[in-house]
Design a protein around this ligand. Structure first.
Ligand code: UDP
Length: 398
């Protein structure tokens, strides 16, 4: 195959941003890991993102074959929903950069709708195929009814991409169906490639050792990991913990968000007090991803109570560590969690069924051990190198 480079666009957020707080989460991990693994597989990648605090303009090598290029793209502190007016100038900056370096790209792969807007125009100018991965879809987020609002621009750009991109990579069959039914996309141009996990980091460790390192004693440990925002549904976890039998011997760890400043974390702490579980809760704040395996391994069960997840990397990371998962049956989560085998999926957003599932898992060591074995088995074969291999095969098919 030709060694011409792939232009990968992650306009609004840097793949190296620390994850677990604000808007930096699964997509950052995805873009970072897929590009690294493409590079390792011999597919040269230039990854373009906008300049931000701590990273001025310039080119950094992420791996052999993988370069990260920061270009100017609006005020450094702007939120994603303020960035639409800066797409045009980022596009022009990118075209100028490629011209100056005399690099030709074989295709453009955009991540999220903002990058998609740029990618669609680059694809026409350079006459190369355009691949889009949406990560989340505006209409689906609104349908999830977590109180979020999306701009009209987002809807119209997503529709333009659904009909105009040469290939859409969806991370679950749910996303594929949403694209077909809500966006009128042609199923023939969608390929489902589930997300991956770094199996060399996320793996079973000695549970006693993990607990010791985290200062945990004999408690039954329930874990939440993720950004802290309304769509993650952390309220439901708190309400479930509050009605569980023997809740006083529980420890509920909430990893992610800003434990000191974040408004949503403050609200959740208040809710925990109201529910009488202030002592049970520990808001840990954001943890570097390299330390997360300790948390997953120290936990008896991981909870993903989201209103919507296009995939749900946290669930897969927990399974890779051999930790059963209780999750809401939404979006991509049923692709990750096998009901009654590696955890439980709940269709109702009510505390009772979540509390029941947690009690069942916490109440039986035999069940936990069996789910744990099945969980790791499920995650094996879902390494990022597989995702990159499949992505590279799709690039070649264009
Ligand atoms: N994460 C992290 N530190 C934290 C909390 C989360 O590194 O304190 C990472 C986590 O390992 C996962 C990602 O953030 O890879 C969250 O991805 P997910 O798909 O679960 O949710 P999203 O952020 O895409 O909504």
């Amino acid at each position: 195959m030709s060694a011409a480079r792939v232009a990968l666009l992650s306009f609004h957020t840097c793949p190296l941003a620390p994850t677990g707080e604000g808007k930096a989460g699964g997509m950052n991990v995805y873009v970072r890991e897929v590009s690294r693994n493409l590079g390792r597989a011999g597919v040269p990648v230039d990854l373009f993102t906008r300049s931000h605090a701590g990273h001025c303009q310039g080119v950094t090598n992420l791996e052999d074959n993988v370069r990260l290029v920061h270009l100017e793209g609006g005020p450094e502190t702007a939120a994603p929903n303020e960035l639409y007016p800066y797409l045009e100038s980022f596009l022009e900056g990118l075209v100028a950069h490629a011209r100056q370096e005399a690099v030709r790209y074989r295709l453009v792969h955009s991540h999220y709708w903002l990058s998609g807007w740029i990618g669609q125009r680059l694809s026409s100018r350079w006459r190369v195929p355009h691949v889009v991965t949406f990560h989340t879809l505006g209409d689906v987020k609104m349908q999830a009814k977590a109180g979020e609002r999306e701009s009209d621009q987002r809807g119209s750009v997503e529709r333009e991409l659904a009909s105009g991109a040469h290939l859409i990579i969806a991370s679950s069959p749910h996303e594929e169906d949403a694209l077909v039914h809500l966006y009128d996309a042609d199923r023939g141009r969608i390929e489902v490639v589930p997300c991956g996990v770094d199996l060399s980091i996320f793996k079973p460790l000695d549970i006693g050792e993990a607990r010791k390192r985290l200062g945990l004693n004999g408690e039954r440990v329930v874990l939440y990991v993720g950004r802290i925002e309304a769509i993650k549904g952390v309220d439901l976890l708190l309400k479930s913990a509050a009605i569980m039998d023997g809740k006083d011997s529980l420890k509920v760890l909430v990893v992610g968000g800003d434990a000191t400043r974040g408004g949503e974390v403050r609200r959740l702490k208040g809710l925990a007090e109201e529910l009488g579980i202030g002592q049970v809760m520990e808001f840990v704040g954001m943890v570097d991803q390299s330390l997360l395996p300790l948390y997953y391994n120290a936990a008896d069960v991981c909870v993903v109570p989201s209103y919507y997840e296009s995939f749900g990397l946290v669930a897969l990371e927990a399974l890779a560590c051999g930790t059963p998962v209780v999750a809401s049956r939404v979006g991509g989560l049923p692709t990750v969690v096998q009901h009654a085998r590696t955890g439980y999926l709940q269709s109702w957003r009510c505390p009772e069924p979540f509390a029941d599932s947690l009690e069942v898992i916490l109440g039986s060591k035999v069940l936990r051990n069996s789910m744990s074995r099945e969980a790791r088995k499920r995650a094996e074969g879902m390494g990022w190198e597989m995702v990159a291999e499949e992505t590279s095969r799709l690039y070649d098919s264009l």
